[in-house]
Design a protein around this ligand. Structure first.
Ligand SMILES: Cc1cc2nc3c(=O)[nH]c(=O)nc-3n(C[C@H](O)[C@H](O)[C@H](O)COP(=O)(O)O)c2cc1C
Length: 312
């Protein structure tokens, strides 16, 4: 079965996308992920200038979840330009450039620096604290801030479609999505990590992560991802594409996120458990399920839950 998806004129040979921050540091690491059968690559979050991450330990993982406080380390736009430029020369799958900043102005400058390289999409990570806000509240937690970031990135991004990456850690994710849509967002990535969470070592009585807290990902967050995707799809009346991300390990997980409203599927934590060819494995599992159930077009699954529930 053909799994191809075309979003805003960009064709993905299958709906699987490498989630931001996972293996995505250099052109050669993206090429390596392409060999695992991925349909599209997302870069890790790119900053305007060099950004230091947190001290180790930055990751703890169990069978069902991962906590990370990597802290978005990055060398800045100039280095990113080299890596993205190298990848774009021979690319065989679309590239999504994920950008992050601590101020609205810096989101604009970073997008401007990356737009020159013509990535297929922008993904705007708004989960970072706004340094201009009195309480350092993340942009993702304020509809006016999220909308202001969207407006500026849209202004400088030219024809490159802009996806806003939403945080699940808000009261009303649909309202945030709507505010971004009103400023021209072309789509959404749903969700970033959940939390923050904390894990404590029994003997030392200390938090395991040096940063004490970290973002939760992996199997445990899938039900939250599904609910958030459904909320965003409903709030935007299914008019804007969603890259559903959060806890996807299998083909059935991917199809569940599609029923909630996702057109593409981001995979992060599962790469550590199922290997770099997790993308190819998930595609085979999706195809098998669809064939067994008589589904001939995988696109028919997108938003399927909403069509059933609206008939009840
Ligand atoms: C180690 C690690 C690093 C991450 N780095 C980023 C990042 O740089 N930018 C970003 O937008 N999301 C980042 N994320 C979040 C993932 O892209 C994804 O939204 C989240 O982990 C949920 O998907 P998963 O359960 O498949 O991992 C990171 C996640 C992990 C586990």
């Amino acid at each position: 079965m053909n799994l191809e998806q075309t979003i805003h004129g960009v064709t993905f040979k299958n709906p699987m996308v490498l989630a931001s921050g996972i293996m995505g540091i250099t052109a050669s690491s993206w090429d390596f992920v392409v060999q695992g059968g991925v349909g599209g690559i997302t870069t890790k979050s790119l900053w305007l200038t060099e950004h230091m991450g947190h001290k180790c330990p930055t990751i703890i993982s169990t069978e069902n979840w991962m906590l990370n406080a990597v802290g978005l380390p990055d060398a800045g736009v100039e280095k990113a330009q080299q890596e993205i430029g190298a990848f774009m020369k021979n690319k065989t799958v679309p590239l999504i450039a994920n950008i992050v900043a601590g101020s609205i102005e810096d989101f604009g400058k970073t997008a401007e620096g990356i737009a020159k390289l013509n990535p297929n999409f922008f993904e705007v990570n708004i989960s970072c604290p706004n340094v201009e806000d009195e309480f350092g509240k993340p942009f993702a937690c304020s509809a006016p801030d999220a909308a202001a970031v969207t407006k500026l990135v849209k202004k400088v991004s030219g024809k490159i479609p802009v996806f806003i990456k939403l945080s699940p850690n808000v009261d009303n994710i649909g309202a945030i999505a709507l505010a971004c849509a009103e400023e021209g967002a072309d789509g959404f990535t749903v969700i970033n990590t959940v939390g923050p969470g904390m894990a404590i070592d029994l003997r030392s009585r200390m938090p395991i992560l040096h940063n004490k807290v970290g973002g939760l990902s992996g199997k445990a967050i899938k039900p939250i991802a599904v609910r958030c995707i459904a909320d965003v799809y409903k709030a935007t009346e299914g008019k804007l594409p969603i890259i559903g991300t959060g806890g996807v390990y299998t083909g059935e997980d991917a199809l569940e996120l599609m029923l909630a409203g996702a057109s593409l599927i981001g995979v992060g934590t599962a790469v550590a458990d199922r290997g770099i060819d997790v993308f190819r494995k998930i595609c085979s599992e999706m195809q098998l399920w669809c064939t067994n159930e008589g589904v001939t077009e995988v696109s028919d699954m997108i938003g399927g839950m909403h069509r059933v529930t609206s008939n009840q």
